[in-house]
Write a protein of this length. Structure first.
Length: 403
């Protein structure tokens, strides 16, 4: 059976491109695969004199809609039918179609299964497929796209509940739900990953109830030869916040929580991802900005912090298990799957700053043998469940169901 994946060129970033990179890495270890699985063409080689590619499709979309500098749209702009939100999603659709066009054309020509990784390509495939071709879609978003776009790039300080009623958010969520309903198979990394969609809009319940689940896997790149991105820890227990400052990530809660950590806890928190000038000057924080050598950074810290409000099943958390790191996780969505799989987790029952502060204090004061036991659990979890080869084998098992 030919399974043709539709998406951007696989590369080591987040989202569909990073997922396809990890799946392709797993496929490379299989010399005689039982299905013909095809991936999008690789990223074209760029001359060295050109700047590196933008960090992600949604960031490019944000720049097109809002311009190089971020601004806060007014409530009237966001409330207008066919307004700013509609323009954002149409821009996103055009960019995705351009980026995934070659792989979609190849999938339509050759694939028994056209395996898409977002709704725009799924919509195009549903409209163009031949008789007998199935269209599958993997969900990579933590929320419906329209909500994510306006929340992340429009009013990040808002409660998401106040945004779902904007007319364009409603209209595009209706459209996205229709795509989820019409594809032949919806795929999520684990049952817990659908929690955010169930919370945001109960209409997603029925389609998630019939979804297939394929647990993700990942491996970090080789450690770089340069200096430790963190530098000297000064004898403190070091946690790592690794991700963007987008509102679903909960960095605002972490910023409030460090104010409540006792001063004698000897805690430092490396913050990798958000611009350094957006990080509080609190003495706990070590603002690193964007870090290229993530593997070295992971090995230089003592534990990982994930305080997402919503989460799917983060590749960065998988990489932390590979590095054998204890995990301090908000017990939401795919984070709960890490606990179920036996990773070394301390779970936060909610995102009250006081709750997060207690979790940070516990990690800072945990005795060394207990911390080492959590680290061993995380590495064992990766070895047993979360390598790219495991991910590849689980994909093949899914393909077996219709071959």
């Amino acid at each position: 059976m030919i399974v043709a994946h539709v998406g951007p060129p696989p590369r080591r970033i987040g989202g569909p491109a990073g997922y396809l990179h990890q799946l392709q890495t797993g496929a490379s270890t299989d010399s005689h695969p039982r299905h013909d699985v095809r991936f999008p063409p690789s990223q074209p080689t760029r001359p060295l004199r050109q700047p590196p590619p933008p960090p992600g499709l949604l960031r490019r979309m944000r720049r097109k809609v809002f311009g190089p500098k971020f601004y806060r749209p007014s409530s009237s702009e966001l409330s207008r039918v066919g307004g700013l939100v509609d323009g954002m999603l149409r821009t996103t659709a055009a960019d995705i179609k351009d980026e995934a066009g070659a792989s979609l054309a190849a999938a339509l020509e050759h694939g028994n299964v056209i395996f898409t990784h977002e709704p725009f390509s799924a919509d195009a495939a549903l409209g163009q497929r031949r008789s007998g071709q199935q269209v599958w879609m993997m969900c990579h978003g933590v929320t419906p796209m329209a909500l994510y776009s306006v929340w992340s790039w429009g009013v990040p300080e808002a409660d998401w509940r106040s945004l779902v009623g904007y007319p364009d958010v409603r209209a595009w969520t209706d459209w996205e739900l229709d795509i989820w309903t019409r594809v032949d198979r919806l795929v999520l990394p684990c049952p817990e990953a659908g929690e955010s969609f169930r919370t945001i809009d109960e209409r997603f319940n029925a389609v998630i109830d019939r979804a297939s689940f394929v647990l993700s896997g990942a491996s970090a790149p080789a450690r770089g030869s340069g200096p430790n991105p963190l530098g000297s820890s000064g004898g403190e227990r070091v946690g790592l916040y690794l991700g963007s400052g987008e509102p679903y990530r909960g960095f605002d809660v972490l910023t409030k929580a460090v104010e409540m950590v006792p001063g004698d806890a000897k805690l430092a928190i490396a913050v990798a991802g958000p611009p350094a000038d957006k990080v509080s000057a609190h003495p706990c924080f070590r603002a690193l900005g964007r870090v290229e050598d993530v593997a070295s950074l992971l090995h230089s810290v003592d534990f990982l912090i994930n305080v997402n409000r919503f989460t799917l099943f983060d590749l960065s958390t998988i990489e932390a298990t590979q590095a054998g790191k204890p995990l301090l996780l908000h017990a939401v969505g795919g984070n709960r799957a890490f606990e179920r799989l036996g990773a070394g987790c301390i779970m936060l029952p909610d995102l009250q700053p006081s709750t997060v502060a207690r979790g940070l204090t516990r990690m800072a004061t945990l005795d060394s043998s207990s911390l080492a036991a959590l680290a061993e659990q995380s590495k064992s979890c990766w070895d047993q469940h979360l390598t790219p080869r495991h991910m590849w084998e689980r994909h093949l098992t899914l393909y077996d169901e219709i071959s």
